[in-house]
Write a protein that binds this ligand. Structure first.
Ligand code: S3P
Length: 436
């Protein structure tokens, strides 16, 4: 499928976005190994999280979905997972594969993790190395990509691991394995990354200690701790809200309230970067869903100005750079992005994908190995590629709302991995985005 976007005027509105993808994955994994029933409300019924649900069911866990956004998980306990009868296909989801690898490395049985073409091209050495050091046996393809063959029946031991890259997926994989390991597991991250795993483990009764170390965090966890099931409310996904924030900022005069969005400080780098560019964004009605901070986000159309984006904010805004590239392209002046080398190994090479898309819309982009300089300009009409990347597709769709002519965005099916109903949601704001 493609998106066909006709230039359109956004109007004042209130809106909600689907549940947080990172948190939804974790509710399934932690709920499955907890003791008791976990009821999840606000679950993201997108393809990535549904792949995790299917994998947990294949591991013998009873999971019901009485409504699209409600999941009821009958926890099997720390040692209650059962051998799967087939390879576990995690679709497009790097989070599912890396976190599941940590969980499965500690089980009594063998398992195989695979995924779609994009996921089968993504680096897994970053989890294989620390998990192997814990005593796991995992084989990947010779270039370090999936499928992963995970051997069971090995007793893991805690490690003290300094992660060479800032990655919440790697940190979480190690912590999940650490739950089963002998002794203490200690992970040091070079920069702060999302801490949803730590918060949810604590909500389920585990003792997880964190302290700051330089630019990052040290997380420690003792092995053998049982988790207690609990009710979990999933906030709206700030990464999905970002596309609405972007569209509103670019619009002529819209004033939009996005309700119930997760504003965990390890995720809000995008707001700080946009505020630095002159965006009018306010957080209202701050509250908590369990351990996760939530707010309503008010955004008003704004004149943005480019500049140098602070590289220390990169890990706090890691999924938002496709949208930020569009903001930069619509801003006055030039915007310099650096420290983005991780973007090259996301669902697509997001630096190359966004440079390609913006150039096709008439924007000048100078690409570098770890970033780009984006020169502000006006978007022309045309045809652009999404590279099968959900966030590239949605970012270019929002750019297209202020283009000079119709824009067609190719191959947008993967929008369903994180934001099912995106086109209906933005149509409700006045954006003429249609599936074609
Ligand atoms: C995620 C962590 C990030 C992010 C991804 C979700 C998670 O990946 O890009 O979309 O849920 O832990 P990295 O840890 O590889 O940076």
């Amino acid at each position: 499928m493609d998106f066909k976007v006709t230039p359109s005027r956004l109007r004042d509105a209130r809106v909600t976005v689907p549940g947080d993808k990172s948190i939804s994955h974790r509710t399934l994994m932690l709920g499955s190994i907890a003791t008791g029933r976990t009821e999840v409300n606000g679950f993201l019924a997108g393809e990535d999280c549904l792949a995790t649900a299917a994998a947990m069911r294949a591991l013998g866990v009873e999971i019901r979905q009485p409504e699209p956004t409600v999941m009821v998980i009958e926890g099997a306990g720390l040692h209650g997972l059962r051998p799967p009868q087939h390879d576990l296909d995690l679709g497009n989801s790097g989070t599912a594969m890396r976190l599941m690898a940590g969980l499965l490395a500690a089980q009594e049985f063998d398992s195989v993790l695979t995924g779609d073409e994009s996921l089968r091209g993504r680096p897994m050495g970053r989890i294989v190395t620390p998990l192997t050091r814990m005593g796991a046996a995992i084989e990947s393809d010779c270039d370090g990509t999936p499928p992963l063959q995970i051997k069971g029946g090995l007793q893991l031991r805690g490690i003290d691991y300094a992660m060479p890259i800032a990655s919440a997926q790697v940190k979480s994989a190690i912590l999940l394995a650490g739950l089963y390991a002998d002794g203490l597991t200690k992970v040091t991250e070079p920069a702060v990354t999302r801490d949803h795993t730590e918060r949810m483990l604590r909500a389920m009764g585990a003792r997880v200690r964190t302290s700051t170390a330089g630019q990052g965090t040290i997380v420690t966890l003792e092995g053998g701790q049982a988790l207690r099931a609990c009710a979990l409310d999933v906030p709206g996904d700030l990464s999905s809200a970002t596309f609405i924030i972007l569209g509103t900022l670019l619009s002529q005069d819209a004033d939009i309230l996005i309700e119930n969005v997760g504003v965990n400080p390890t995720r809000t780098g995008v707001i700080d970067i946009l505020l630095g560019m002159g965006a009018n964004i306010e957080l209202e009605n701050r509250r908590r869903y369990g351990d996760e901070p939530v707010a309503d986000i008010r955004v008003r159309a704004s004149r943005l100005t480019g500049g140098a984006v602070d590289p220390t904010l990169v890990s706090l805004a890691i999924d938002e750079f496709p949208a930020l590239f569009v903001a930069a392209a619509a801003a006055r002046g030039t915007t310099t992005f650096s420290g983005l080398e991780e973007l090259r190994v996301k669902e697509s090479d997001r630096i190359a994908a966004m440079a390609d898309g913006l150039r096709r819309l008439g924007i000048v982009v100078d690409e570098s190995p770890d970033g780009a300089v984006v020169h502000g300009g006006r978007f022309s009409g045309g045809e652009v590629r999404s590279f099968h990347d959900h966030r590239v597709a949605m970012s270019l769709a929002m750019a297209a709302t202020i283009a000079e002519d119709i824009v067609v965005i190719r191959d947008v099916d993967n929008v369903n991995t994180s934001f099912p109903g995106f086109e209906t949601c933005v149509a409700g704001l006045g954006a003429d985005v249609r599936l074609a």
